[in-house]
Design a protein around this ligand. Structure first.
Ligand code: TXA
Ligand code: MG
Length: 322
């Protein structure tokens, strides 16, 4: 009987074999781990939703080896796509563009636009090159929960992965730590749907046009008010002093509380964010009081994820008991 720890491997050819046979492979990327399947295999795509516990109307990003592999995935490789691809790929940027003929309805939930990205991680780039096609991959966590940034997080989160059929490619800790920036090029002006390591100002400079922020009706699931949530209550504080006061009050009330202040180095704060949130649950904390980073550079993405982690989920949200 193969055991669950047999799922973890560093063998890229074995991973390619699993994808070719329709299995799922958790892939390391510079942002977070993804749960990948052959984007043109309808059964593999269906299993991604099943294993993740994700509603099928939340579309998947198609990952390709490089910008030359975009043909067929997007309707046209426009000048805007080329400008962003040349500057940012491989890297933490996802582009929403009009879909091409290779895209299955199940990947976009029937939408006319597809999300595409060239990730940056040596193992995953090697896997994409060997497989040749596109890999559909959401973050490799249970829907509504914190994204995984280590192979062990994936193993703990996804009991639906099967040894001998699926694989977790262990590429170590993800260096960026928060999900890619998503820019929608199907609207004018382009719109940033999710913040990440590449910020709206970078995109404005690269496209030489104003870019609108993530306001308006939500079109990306990461934009639900409550998402990325650990079980421990996340409480936000404006500075270290306020954090200590809030934590002290809660401790007086008998709660197990810690303060998280990584405002001194936002790159480290992003890299460790999801591991920190997971650690709060492993340690059985009732609450984690987090000092908010400044709204600059990757601080925008951190504030966005922290606010979602702190939002109280509604009664039907999957992070309530799901
Ligand atoms: O960094 C990342 O982007 C990671 C790694 C694995 O690449 N992936 C990731 O995927 O974060 P996911 O599925 O957890 O988040 C992608 C977001 C979702 O909110 C999804 O709804 C949105 O992108 N999205 C994907 N395809 C879309 C589409 N065709 N139209 C609108 N939104 C889309
Ligand atoms: Mg996700």
């Amino acid at each position: 009987m193969p055991s669950r720890t047999d799922l973890i491997s560093t063998d890229v050819e074995l991973a390619a074999e699993r994808i070719r046979r329709g299995g799922l492979v958790a892939i390391p990327t510079e942002t977070v781990y993804g749960l990948a399947g052959d984007a043109e295999n309808a059964d593999a795509v269906a299993r991604i939703f099943e294993v993740k516990g994700r509603p099928t109307d939340h579309p998947l990003i198609v990952h390709v080896a490089d910008a030359d592999h975009l043909h067929g995935w997007v309707a046209r490789v426009t000048d805007e796509i080329t400008a962003l691809a040349e500057a940012c790929w491989p890297g933490p940027l996802t582009i929403l563009a009009e879909r091409g003929p290779r895209v299955l309805d199940a990947v976009t939930g029937g939408r006319p636009a597809v999300a595409v990205r060239v990730p940056s991680h040596p193992m995953t780039n090697e896997l994409l090159t060997r497989v040749g096609g596109g890999l559909a991959a959401p973050s490799a966590n249970r829907f509504g929960r914190v994204s995984p940034t280590r192979a062990e997080h994936v193993l703990a989160d996804l009991p639906g992965l099967q040894p001998g059929r699926d694989l977790i490619l262990d590429g170590g800790a993800c260096p960026v730590g928060v999900e890619s920036t998503i820019v929608d090029l199907t609207v004018d002006p382009p719109q940033v749907l999710r913040s990440g390591a590449i910020d709206a100002a970078d995109i404005e400079r690269l496209l030489d046009t104003p870019v609108s922020g993530a306001a308006g009706p939500s079109r990306a699931s990461g934009m639900l008010a409550s998402h990325y949530a650990p079980t421990a209550t996340v409480i936000l504080a404006q500075d270290a002093g306020a954090a200590e006061i809030a934590a002290g009050d809660l401790r007086h009330g008998g709660r197990r509380v810690e303060v998280l202040d990584r405002t001194g180095d936002l790159v480290v704060a992003a890299r460790e964010l999801y591991n920190d949130l997971r650690a709060a649950d492993r340690e059985g904390l009732d609450a984690l009081v987090v000092v908010l980073p400044p709204a600059a550079g990757i601080g925008h993405a951190l504030r966005d994820r922290l606010m979602k982690a702190a939002a109280q989920p509604g009664p039907d949200h999957p992070s309530r008991g799901g």
